[in-house]
Design a binder for this molecule. Structure first.
Ligand SMILES: [Zn+2]
Ligand SMILES: [Zn+2]
Length: 196
């Protein structure tokens, strides 16, 4: 069954809830990740608690921490699940701490500028902004691009789809498209790609 993630309004930047924007949470000692293409810090997009998604059937719900390159001129193949212009981490849900920002980096490149709770709902009320959806199958804008797990080579499992968000200034940039996150729980891997 398809369900929605609705805009739940502002929330603290380091809140341990499903949200877009704010500060990444990760195991202690985690360094802020860098873009594999340009080597500059990635921008943090979202913290997704899989245990918050009703009907999610992975044996051990974890947390997705999603990042993407926002550095100019924006030619780091950010849409690709494998090029390194984005990063999706599948982390344990618990014992996570805010990841310190790297020194001397433009804060505007590290976050979205607004932090919004993303609340699961079975239906989308007419006035609520949809931040994403999960369950069912991906709503591909282009052809099916289900990624293979980089560890076991099996097709990864569709986990959550993200929209850009309501604010044109602080939105995630998917080229006016949608992002798709897949995961392989046994291998502890996740992958982010987007289409427009
Ligand atoms: Zn880059
Ligand atoms: Zn795997």
């Amino acid at each position: 069954m398809t369900m929605f993630l609705l805009d739940g309004g502002p929330v603290a930047p380091d809140a341990p809830v499903t949200r877009t924007g704010g500060t990444p949470l990760a195991p202690a000692g985690t360094l802020w990740p860098a873009c594999a293409a340009c080597a500059a810090p990635l921008q943090f997009l979202a913290h997704i608690r899989l245990g918050d998604l009703p009907g999610h059937t992975t044996p051990a719900p974890g947390v997705l921490a999603l990042f993407m390159c926002a550095n100019r001129p924006g030619q780091c193949t950010q849409w690709s699940p494998t090029a390194g212009g984005n990063l999706a981490l599948l982390l344990p849900d618990g014992g996570l701490e805010p990841v310190p920002a790297p020194d001397g980096v433009d804060r505007e490149l590290l976050g979205l500028g607004a932090v919004r709770a993303a609340v699961p709902a079975r239906t989308a009320p007419g006035t609520a902004t949809i931040l994403g959806r999960f369950g069912g199958s991906p709503d591909w804008l282009q052809c099916d691009e289900t990624p293979s797990c980089p560890t076991c080579a099996q097709p990864m499992v569709f986990t959550v789809e993200l929209a850009e968000g309501p604010d044109p200034v602080t939105a995630m940039n998917f080229g006016s498209g949608r992002a798709y996150v897949h995961s392989c729980t046994p291998c502890g891997r996740a992958a982010l790609l987007w289409q427009c």
